[in-house]
Design a binder for this molecule. Structure first.
Ligand SMILES: NC(=O)c1ccc[n+]([C@@H]2O[C@H](COP(=O)([O-])OP(=O)(O)OC[C@H]3O[C@@H](n4cnc5c(N)ncnc54)[C@H](OP(=O)(O)O)[C@@H]3O)[C@@H](O)[C@H]2O)c1
Length: 290
């Protein structure tokens, strides 16, 4: 039986990026829908679950994407609520690449450091990628500082991570100048820049001054860099005693995880792939035992 990936995108036009990855993951048929909402998705899900018998449903799967991560999360929940009994298919959520990017970033960190009890800071922690990176660090039992330009938003981000990881050890912090970001980062072993595209947190020369920082990951691929000392292509590059990853350095693992995840959707009809499951997969793909 042919594999069918059904792409539900919350944007009007379904993502070309996600379509290319689906083809590269050897999906045999790709059905792409744009403008998908919690209201219009029910009939589409019924089309997916009522056409093949329960034993064959592992050959159909759903991918949720789009640029609006909050809308993707709502859609992802609605899709799962529409399933019942054995009438379900595997489903993955990766709106704007938020889950695969965070998973690949923290798996890259795990290659080099034990994360348990490590001190980490996430700059731009209130965005979808930063929140997920903080969640995965908390899951690994790191102590995490979540930074926003406003303390209210940093506190709300901590609450949202704590709702997912009850044992999380989190500190909210506010900063908005390179000097303030550097002061906060100086006390940490791991620095992750997850700010909006083109936002620079640490200026050139900062890593040479930050002796405690062992690992720096910049997820921003759009110049100027989020961490000026980290090159976009850096992949475990050592600079001033700090192991550095740039956005494209993490991107190789992210792409492998995305493809492996799509392929794995067809192993059963019950997989639910979001932040944690994709992190476990990223560890596996990176050759790290969980
Ligand atoms: N490598 C990849 O494959 C890949 C995939 C997806 C995303 N990304 C990159 O990952 C990064 C994070 O993505 P995202 O979607 O989570 O980002 P986002 O939501 O666009 O932004 C994250 C946070 O950045 C902060 N921010 C915005 N403008 C700022 C400014 N001028 N100064 C300081 N902070 C500012 C905001 O926090 P506050 O308002 O709370 O301060 C915002 O919540 C982006 O650079 C994105 O391009 C990379």
């Amino acid at each position: 039986m042919k594999s069918i990936l059904i792409q539900f995108d919350t944007d009007t036009l379904p993502s070309v990026f996600d379509r290319v990855v689906a083809v590269d993951s050897n999906v045999e048929h790709l059905f792409s829908y744009g403008g998908v909402t919690p209201e219009n998705v029910i009939g589409l899900v019924h089309g997916a679950i009522f056409t093949r018998g329960p034993a064959d449903l592992k050959n159909t799967a759903i991918f949720v994407g789009g640029s609006d991560v909050a809308a993707g999360e709502v859609l992802f929940k609605k899709i799962q609520k529409t399933f019942f009994g054995p009438m379900r298919v595997s489903v993955m959520m990766d709106s704007n690449g938020c889950n695969t990017t965070a998973a690949a970033a923290i798996a890259s960190a795990r290659k080099h450091l034990s994360l348990a009890d490590a001190s980490a800071i996430v700059l731009g922690a209130t965005g979808p990628v930063g929140l997920r990176a903080a969640e995965l660090l908390a899951l690994e039992n790191s102590r995490v500082t979540l930074v926003s330009r406003t303390l209210d938003r940093a506190e709300a981000a901590c609450e949202s991570v704590r709702a997912k990881v009850a044992s999380a050890r989190l500190t909210p912090a506010a900063a908005s100048t390179p000097e303030e970001f550097e002061k906060l980062a100086g006390k940490q072993q791991i620095v992750i820049a997850a700010g909006a595209a083109g936002v620079c947190f640490l200026s050139e020369g900062a890593l040479a001054r930050l002796d405690d920082v062992k690992l720096a990951i910049d997820l921003n691929a759009v110049p100027p860099a989020g961490l000026a000392d980290v090159g976009v292509m850096d992949k475990a590059a050592e600079k001033h005693g700090t192991i550095c990853y740039g956005a494209l350095g993490v991107g190789g693992l992210k792409m492998k995880v995305h493809k492996r995840a799509v392929a794995s959707l067809f192993e059963s009809n019950t997989a639910v792939l979001e932040t944690r499951a994709l992190y476990e997969l990223a560890l596996k793909v990176a050759g790290i035992s969980a």
